[in-house]
Design a protein around this ligand. Sequence first.
Ligand code: SAM
Ligand code: SF4
Length: 363
Amino acid sequence: MTTKQILDNEDLSRENLVTLLEAQGEDMTLLFKKSAEIKKKYIGNKVWFRGLIEFSNVCGKNCLYCGIRKGNKNLKRYNLSDEEIIAAAKFARDNKYGSIALQSGEIESNHFASRIENLLLKIKELSNGELGITLSVGEQEPEVYKRWFEAGAHRYLLRIEATNQELYRKIHPNDLKHNFKRRIDCLQSLQDIGYQAGTGVMIGLPFQTMDDLAGDLIFMKDFDIDMCGMGPYIEHADTPLTITSGKLLPLDERFDLTLKMIAILRIMMKDINIVAATALQAIDPMGREKAVRIGANIIMPNITPGMYRDSYKLYDNKPCTDDSAEDCQSCLEARVNLADSEVVYGEWGDTAHYAKRRLRAKG
Ligand code: SAM
Ligand code: SF4
């Protein structure tokens, strides 16, 4: 089938997904035109902010691609105080961001679980329940996810990273701490507890094929996710994957492939939230607005206090590490306007998808 036929019939078999992922030139333009139309119809020209607080780079894991992995000794570790996190949440409240996202390395401990629970309660209180809260702090026991849900977190982002299990194994140490099945179980319990559950993958990983990416898209559809955050894989000089990976796709191709993944997912899952990942901007200064044009509807302005940003370096050339939260907001707003979209303030920006899924679950 031609790209046009695939798009006209929305015939998204695995084979056709690969054709779309390989689209170039006019075919790629056709794909982006279709996904932009679908976004306009189902979401409108709107973008919601999630103020991102990268509150600690301390991590107990050793994912082979990640700059803040435990084994990276060339990094100053930090952990924001509760007061600093609360101050960042107040900034989001005062600037009418509908939501914040709390993200960190992965720590599984009673102390960590209680700390997050207390922070959630405090943030809910300071905003009269008005700030939506996304968590992205990795794999935890279901009881912990439940406590946090009850304390006020209602969205959780846990990227599956790669759904081909062989590829997953190649980009993680082969031990119990980095277990594909546990990651799936975690996603399942998040969904069961009632979170808006988000996942995503890295695009342009070493050893990754177009068929793997097609499989990733099918996984997201089958899992019936509410949100997706996916972005290009970018090397970090101090990680094992960079040293062993050999030849990778050039960055501009990883960039286009990420836009194609976003566009196809928007066609497959019309009413979910899709993040315009910061990593896109590490490759192209206009990366996030390009993603907004073709299907993304969520942007995560960084509101972490500036002095810590340089230490949350997941990959090389991470953008905006020396901006303040105010700089970040005005820059992003201008950029979103450039993409002919409008930032919605003071709303959570939950998806119609989630509401429908919950109704179905209640039967
Ligand atoms: N520790 C939590 C976890 O792993 O789910 C949340 C924080 S982790 C830093 C957030 C995401 O960063 C990961 O899910 C991964 O996809 C992404 N990431 C890490 N290293 C990356 C790299 N080199 N290039 C692109 N994305 C990367
Ligand atoms: Fe830790 Fe998350 Fe990085 Fe893995 S991806 S090393 S869990 S911060």
